[in-house]
Ligand binder design. Structure first.
Ligand code: PGA
Length: 251
């Protein structure tokens, strides 16, 4: 049985005071011992120290939103996997559509980041998804297949035993326009089938999150779908009571 996961993606939001308060509220709201789901927050780099010191020993795990594909060296402004390890990160988001679109990350680069994360023992949350234009032109599955295959050809299908995939239709991110549960389910099922063609067991155990305007009022109907194993939450992860309600929907 796959365990549900709800991960927050804070993006470039907050400050020291606000983020400390948010973490405190999450700890208080997500402390019940009978939690069936897992929870995590992916925070901006400068707040990893704070996050580690606040969340250590709590029910909430943490991670980063991006990482370099390189181990170390002259890469101004970049952060390595071993640096994330220094701060107890469990997860790192790779290939978020904002990284792909605004910072030109190719499928190949995303695959390299995924591999680097896994080599360091981090769990990559690999984001895939189509733009509105791609959906309208009927190429959604082809795009997602290419995004998946780039990772599988570099890291191998077995690597997905220690990874999470997030299906995030670009048109649903931050727009308030959520995919319907059935639209999301269809693509999640497609992702699982694509992987099952190479390894059925890994496909059936794989956690596939939905991301794109998940809110407290639509989380339950998404999470109940058979191939949706939780969510990657942007905007609603910045408001403690909303994120807690989404986590409770996953329970
Ligand atoms: P959103 O963002 O929940 O604000 O749509 C999701 C994401 O980008 O991961």
């Amino acid at each position: 049985m796959r365990k549900k996961l709800v991960a927050g993606n804070w993006k470039m939001h907050g400050n020291l005071k606000e983020n400390e308060a948010l973490l405190g509220a999450l700890i208080a709201g997500l402390s019940e011992p009978e939690n069936k789901a897992s929870y995590a927050v992916c925070v901006p780099y400068p707040y990893l120290t704070l996050t580690q010191s606040k969340l250590r020993g709590s029910a909430i795990k943490w991670g980063a939103q991006n990482v370099s594909q390189y181990e170390k060296g002259a890469y101004t402004g970049e952060v390595s996997v071993s640096m994330l390890n220094d701060f107890g990160c469990e997860f790192v988001i790779v290939g978020h559509s904002e990284r792909r679109m605004l910072y030109g990350e190719s499928n190949k680069m995303v695959a390299e980041k995924y591999l680097a994360a896994q080599h360091a023992g981090l769990i990559p949350i690999l984001c895939v998804g189509e733009t509105l234009e791609q959906r309208d032109s009927g190429t959604t599955k082809q795009i997602i297949d290419e995004q998946l295959k780039a990772v599988i050809s570099l890291a191998g299908v077995d690597s997905l035993a220690d990874a999470v995939i997030a299906y995030e239709p670009v048109w649903a991110i931050g727009t308030g326009k959520t995919a319907t549960p059935q639209q999301a389910q269809d693509i999640h099922h497609f992702i699982r089938l694509t992987i099952a063609q190479q390894n059925a067991e890994i496909a059936s155990d794989l956690t596939i999150l939905y991301g794109g305007s998940v809110k407290a009022n639509n989380a339950a109907e998404l999470f109940v779908m058979p191939d949706i194993d939780g969510g990657l939450i942007g905007g609603a992860s910045l408001v403690a009571e909303d994120f807690i309600a989404i986590c409770q929907a996953a329970n």
